[in-house]
Write a protein that binds this ligand. Structure first.
Ligand code: B12
Length: 475
C-alpha cells in the first residue's frame, strides 16, 4: 500500500499568519515508520512548495496513493477538507486520513461535516498510521485499530486512545530528504539561519499546564526525552548531510538540565560544530547550563516570558515569576547567548490597560534582543478555549474551525485593534531607542553569527526596516 502525506497551507488571515516554514517533523516520523515496515510513503509541504490546492491534487494523482494523510493544525482546518474533496472527486476509492492537533481535538465534528474525510488518527500518528495501513490492506475491522475515529454504517465511532510511545529512541530518524524542500528560520522576516537548516525533536511533551497551550491535552502532560546517544547519532547524520544550523522544536528542551549539559559535552567532545536554537522556561535557568550550551554552539534561546504581572502569569498557570525572568535573561546574557528572544502574551480575558502596559514596558526593560509580542489566541484543545465556551463568550459550533483572539470576544479588556496598536508602538520603541540601537550594533560587531545574519539579510534590509517601521509582525 502507498501512503502519501500533505502538510496543507494555512487559511490566509487567520491568527497572525505564521510565515515560518519549518519541516513538518510529525509527518516525517509517520512516514519513517511506514517506510521501515516496507511501505511506500511520499510527502508534500504545500506551504513551502507554494502549491495551490489544484497543484496539490495533481501531485496526489501523480503519486497515486491508496491513503492520503493530511496534517491539520487549526490554521489549516478549512484548507485540508478542500484538498480532500478535490482528491475524492478524482479518485473516490482513496482513503483520506487526518491527523495532528486540530484533527485530534475535533475528530467527530470533522467527520460529521466533511464526507470526504474517512478516518482521524488521534494523537501521535506513527503506529496509528502503520496499524491503519495493515488493517486496510487485509480488509480488517477498523475497530481493532487504537486511537482512531471513523465512520461505521453511517455512525461515527472512536476507538480508545493509543498509548503514548514510551521509548522515542526506537523511532527511525526523520528522513528530511523526503520533503525535497529547503527550509530556513526567520524572526520578523530576518533570515536568522544563514546555513543549511532544519529542525530536530530531542524530547516530546511538557509536564507543565499552561492554559493557552494545546500540548498538555495532546501529549497528556508526559515529558519523554530521547537519550543523548540517540540525539547525537541523528545530529551526526545531519552533519553528514551538510546541515550546519538546527532548531530544537521541543516544547521543553531544558526540562532536564543534566541531560542538556550531557548533550552539550558530547557535542563539544566530538567536535560536532553545529549552530543551534532552543526554547527554555525561565524557571529552569542555570548559568552553567547556558554556558555549556553556548560553548556547544547554541546562539539563540527563546524564553516563554508571557507577562510581567503575577496575576496574569497565575491565570495562565505558567508557574513562573517576573523575578525568575529577569534572572534567566541575566544568566543567559552573562553566559554569552547571542540572541535572546522573549515571547510575551497580552490580552487575557480581564487584563487591564496598566497590566498590558506593564508587560510591554517589561519587554523593553529586559536585556533581550527580540520581543515577540503576541495577542492571546485561543483554539480548541486549550483550557482558555474551554473557559470561553463555559462563559458563553464563544459558541464552539460556530468557531471550532478557527482560532480566535481573546480580546475580540472578552468585554473586559482593551479592544483588539487598540491592543494591536499598543504592541506596534512598543515594538517600534523597542528598536528605535538610541541606547538599544548602539547596544545591538556593538553586539553585532562582536558576533560572527550576527554579522553573518546581517550580511545575509542586507539585500532585503530595506523591506525588513520598512516592516519594522510599519510594525508589521512576521510572527
Ligand atoms: C514546529 C512547530 C511549528 C512549525 C512547523 C509546524 C509543522 N507543521 O510541523 C511552524 C513554525 C511552521 C509552526 C507554525 C504554527 N504553529 Co506551531 N508548533 C510547532 C511545535 C513547536 C512542534 C511541532 C512538531 O514538530 N512536533 C513534533 C512532531 C513529532 O509532532 P506533531 O507535529 O504533533 O506530529 C505528530 C502528531 O500530531 C501526528 N500527526 C501530525 N500530522 C499528522 C498527519 C496525519 C495524516 C496523521 C495520521 C498523524 C499526524 O503524528 C505525528 C507523529 O507523532 C508544536 C508544539 C508541539 N509540541 O507539537 C507547535 C504547535 C503545533 N503550533 C501551534 C500553532 C498555534 C501554530 C501557529 C498557528 C502559530 C501562529 N500563530 O501562527 C502556526 C500555524 C502554522 C501552520 N502550518 O498551520 C500549536 C497548534 C495548536 C492547534 N490546535 O492547532 C502548537 C501545538 C503549539 C501549542 N503548544 O499550542 N509551528
Amino acid at each position: 500500500m502507498r501512503f502519501s502525506f500533505i502538510n496543507p497551507s494555512q487559511t490566509p488571515g487567520g491568527l497572525e499568519m505564521c510565515t515560518k516554514a519549518w519541516p513538518p517533523l510529525g509527518l516525517l516520523y509517520c512516514a519513517g515508520v511506514l517506510i521501515k515496515e516496507g511501505y511506500d510513503a511520499s510527502l508534500l509541504d504545500q506551504t513551502v512548495k507554494g502549491f495551490t490546492h489544484e497543484q496539490a491534487v495533481d501531485w496526489v494523482k501523480k503519486e497515486d496513493p491508496d491513503i492520503l494523510g493530511l496534517s491539520v493544525l487549526h490554521s489549516a482546518a478549512k484548507e485540508a477538507p478542500k484538498i480532500a474533496e478535490l482528491v475524492k472527486k478524482e479518485n473516490p476509492n482513496i482513503k483520506v486520513v487526518m491527523g495532528n492537533y486540530h484533527a485530534t481535538f475535533n475528530g467527530e465534528r470533522i467527520l460529521k461535516k466533511y464526507p470526504s474525510i474517512d478516518i482521524i488518527v488521534r494523537g501521535e500518528g506513527e503506529y496509528g498510521c502503520l496499524e491503519l495501513v495493515r488493517c486496510l490492506e487485509k480488509g480488517g475491522d477498523l475497530r481493532e485499530v487504537e486511537g482512531i475515529t471513523f465512520r461505521n454504517d453511517g455512525k461515527i465511532f472512536s476507538t480508545p486512545d493509543r498509548q503514548l510511545i514510551q521509548n522515542i529512541d526506537e523511532l527511525p530518524f526523520p528522513d528530511r530528504d523526503l520533503m525535497n524542500a529547503e527550509y530556513t528560520s526567520t524572526i520578523f522576516g530576518v533570515k536568522v539561519a544563514t546555513k543549511k537548516f532544519t529542525t530536530v525533536l530531542s524530547s516530546r511533551g511538557c509536564s507543565f499546564r499552561c492554559t493557552f497551550c494545546g500540548c498538555r491535552k495532546f501529549i497528556k502532560g508526559i515529558w519523554r526525552p530521547r537519550s543523548v546517544e540517540n540525539i547525537m547519532k541523528e545530529l551526526w547524520l545531519l552533519r553528514s548531510q551538510g546541515y550546519e544550523e538546527i532548531l530544537f522544536v521541543d516544547d521543553n528542551f531544558t526540562l532536564n538540565r543534566k541531560r542538556v549539559k550531557q548533550l552539550c559535552q558530547r557535542m563539544r567532545k566530538e567536535g560536532l560544530n553545529i549552530r543551534w536554537i532552543c526554547d527554555s522556561r525561565v524557571d529552569n535557568s542555570e548559568y552553567d547550563m547556558f554556558r555549556q550550551m553556548v560553548k556547544a554552539g547554541c546562539n539563540t534561546v527563546y524564553f516563554g516570558i508571557e507577562s510581567a504581572n503575577q496575576r496574569i502569569l497565575d491565570y495562565y498557570r505558567k508557574g513562573i515569576t517576573p523575578q525568575q525572568t529577569m534572572e534567566a535573561v541575566r544568566k543567559a546574557r552573562k553566559a554569552g547567548v547571542d540572541i535572546i528572544v522573549g515571547s510575551f502574551i497580552v490580552g487575557a480575558p480581564d487584563e487591564t490597560r496598566s497590566e498590558v502596559e506593564n508587560t510591554l514596558r517589561f519587554a523593553e526593560k529586559l536585556d533581550i534582543d527580540v520581543p515577540s509580542l503576541n495577542i492571546l489566541g485561543a483554539f480548541s484543545g486549550t483550557e482558555i478555549w474551554n473557559e470561553l465556551i463555559a462563559k458563553g463568550l464563544i459558541n464552539e459550533d460556530e468557531c471550532w474551525e478557527t482560532a480566535i483572539y481573546v480580546p475580540t470576544v472578552s468585554p473586559n479588556t482593551i479592544p483588539f485593534e487598540e491592543m494591536r496598536k499598543m504592541i506596534y508602538d512598543h515594538f517600534r520603541e523597542f528598536y528605535f531607542r538610541p541606547k538599544k540601537m548602539v547596544k545591538e550594533i556593538l553586539q553585532t560587531l562582536k558576533s560572527s553569527y550576527r554579522l553573518g545574519v546581517l550580511f545575509a539579510n542586507l539585500p532585503r534590509i530595506n523591506s525588513v526596516i520598512n516592516d519594522v517601521k510599519q510594525g508589521v509582525r512576521y510572527g
